[in-house]
Design a protein around this ligand. Sequence first.
Ligand SMILES: *Cc1c(COP(=O)(O)O)cnc(C)c1O
Length: 432
Amino acid sequence: MSKINRSNSENLFKTAKTYFPGGVNSPVRAFKSVEGAPIFMKKGNGCHIYDEDNNKYIDFCCSWGPLILGHNNKSVYDGIVDALKNGASFGTPTVLENELGELILSKNPFIDKIRFVSSGTEAVMSALRMARGFTGRKKVLKFEGCYHGHVDSMLVKAGSGLVTFGESSSAGVPEEYANETLVLPLNDIDALKKCFAEHKNDIACAIIEPIPANNGLLLQDKSFLTALREICTEYGALLFFDEVISGFRVGFNGASELYGITPDIITYGKIIGGGLPVGAYGARNEIMAMISPDGPVYQAGTLSGNPVAMAAGIAQLTECAKDGFYEDQERRTKNFVNAINAHAKAKGYDFEMVTIASIFWLSFDGKKKIQNAGQIDPDMSKFSALFSELLDRGVYLGPSGYEVGFVSQAHTEEYLADAADAFCESLDVVLG
Ligand SMILES: *Cc1c(COP(=O)(O)O)cnc(C)c1O
């Protein structure tokens, strides 16, 4: 049992359970796979968050990725407040949409046009419809271990045996929908070839997180991503990079730029809205011409391109676009991760932090290179124990061992050194 007082959070959670399913408005917040009640946060500043009992934490959840500048960043705050002074929403075009569009498209060689929506899920859902509309094909190929939001056709897992047809992973998704989704393991070129040979010209698109970061951090071989690009081209399927996490995170132009691979469709979310609800999808002109009102694929949104949300995105991406931003993020993250990994290695722990850019993930099987979902040990008891030890030392992670951590611009060398000490102490308690 923790010695830290979190009684206000516990009481708030009791009340929340009478209002919301599971007491939350998004399931992973419910602390189902770790001990204790969810912690209610009331304030964030820089890399710190403060709970309703006034405990302070260094935050590596960062709202699940959006806060690449940390909490309450001054530029983002000012951008939001300035926009809000003019009104929260108009339902007409505003100049702020042009500004965010220009900021993104002027630097991005992969897409000609973009459409703003209000979440990552909405971006994926809309872009899948666009892919089907453009190709006139029905089937969508996805990869086990990638998350694409709660879109019906994406809530599908690999079927049993050798069939590639998916089975729905959520009640309420008809098998008929699931049957239009093909599911393959990540990083497996042979499976890819077999699937395309079998389904040939039925596949509208292959959707993938090029840096899968929702089910561990499953870094793919570049050769796999290249093979995927080639086979999509060969069979006339569109390659769909879901960059809702990796976009503006591993570099301004995401994993597409990092790997030098040109997808046909890209989705963004999280960082793009500076902490407010924004998602987006983009493609080359020929594909985007399908979208209403230019084309026959319908998609709309009352609050799409909301001026306050656009202002937050403009402020945040303006900072991200500055010279050296991503190099600095990566350097601080590497130092942090290396310090912890060196400690784990010296102590002989079977533990390793996997990292790319300013993302990290805790692997309790340090010996294996983990590249697909099936390689992750489903026993998360060590993560749960480490999570509790870290909380008591003032370090907050996303409350699940499958989730990654994020380093923001506000995580300075000093705070990261403190956090690394907390990690090393906690590892000694759990694995020592
Ligand atoms: C978070 C995420 C989504 C869903 O975005 P929401 O804004 O939560 O709807 C989709 N795809 C990926 C890769 C994500 O990480």
